[in-house]
Design a protein around this ligand. Sequence first.
Ligand code: DGL
Length: 260
Amino acid sequence: MNKPIGIFDSGVGGTSIWKEIRRILPAEDTIYLADSKNAPYGAKSQQEILQLSIKNTELLLHMGCKIIVVACNTATTNAIDYLRKTYSVPFIGIEPAIKPAALQSKSKTVGVLATRGTLSSSLFHSTAENHANGIEIVEQEGTGLVPLIEAGEVSSNDMKTLLQKYLKPMLAAGIDYLVLGCTHYPYLIPVLKELLPAHVKIIDSGEAVARQTKAVLEKEGLQTESEVFGTSIFYSNSDLFVLNNFLEDDDAIDVQHKIF
Ligand code: DGL
C-alpha cells in the first residue's frame, strides 16, 4: 500500500527512530510530526499526554498514514492503549528496553533513564515488574534533558552537569546496563560514553522499533509496492532549523515546515 508511515514525538527525539525506519524500510514514504511547541511531554499529566497523542494521531491519519509509530516513550506508556482501542490503523510504540538489559546484566542491576511521565505510568510499572526477576532496577528521571536537547545542547556543560548528577546514584548502585527510556536520549550517547565507565553498556531500542514496524507492515499486507527511495516529510510547530540540526544533509528529501 503506497501510503506513508506516520511518526510522532514531542519534538526532535523521534528522529532517532525515523533514522532506523529509513534504514530498514527505505522505499516507504514517511511523515514525521515534531510537536516541539509542547515539549517536554514528560512533565505533563497523563490526560495532557493523551490529548496531545490524540491530536498528533488525528493529524497523521488526516494525512493518509497507514500505520502510526509513536516515537516517544512518554506518549506510548501513557496513551497507546487508548489509541489502539480508538483507531483502526496499527500502532507501534516504544518502551524502555528493560528486558534485554535484565537478561544480560551481570551485576543484576540495571539503570533506566526516562521522563517522569514514563516512569510514573502503569505500563512502565508492569513491564518493569515482568522483567525484574532478581534484578534491581534503578529508575532516574531525566528532568531537564529534553529541553536542552530541543535547544540543540547535546554536549554543553549544562548537559554534562545534569547527566553527571543523574548517573551518580545509578553508578553507586552498581549498574552495568543503562537503558535509554526516551527517544531524545540516543543523541546523548557520545557524551554518555564519555561520562560512563567502559563496562556500562547503553541500550536503546530504536532499531527494534523499526524492525517491529517492518514486521507489522508485512503481517498486515501494508508494505509499499514502490521500489524506489521513499519521500520523507517533516512537520514541526517550532523552528524548523532545530529539527534540521538532527537530520543529515541527505536525510530529508522533502522537508516541509507547518504549524499544527
Ligand atoms: N521523546 C520523548 C520520550 O521518548 C520525550 C518526552 C518529553 O517530551 O519529555 O519520552
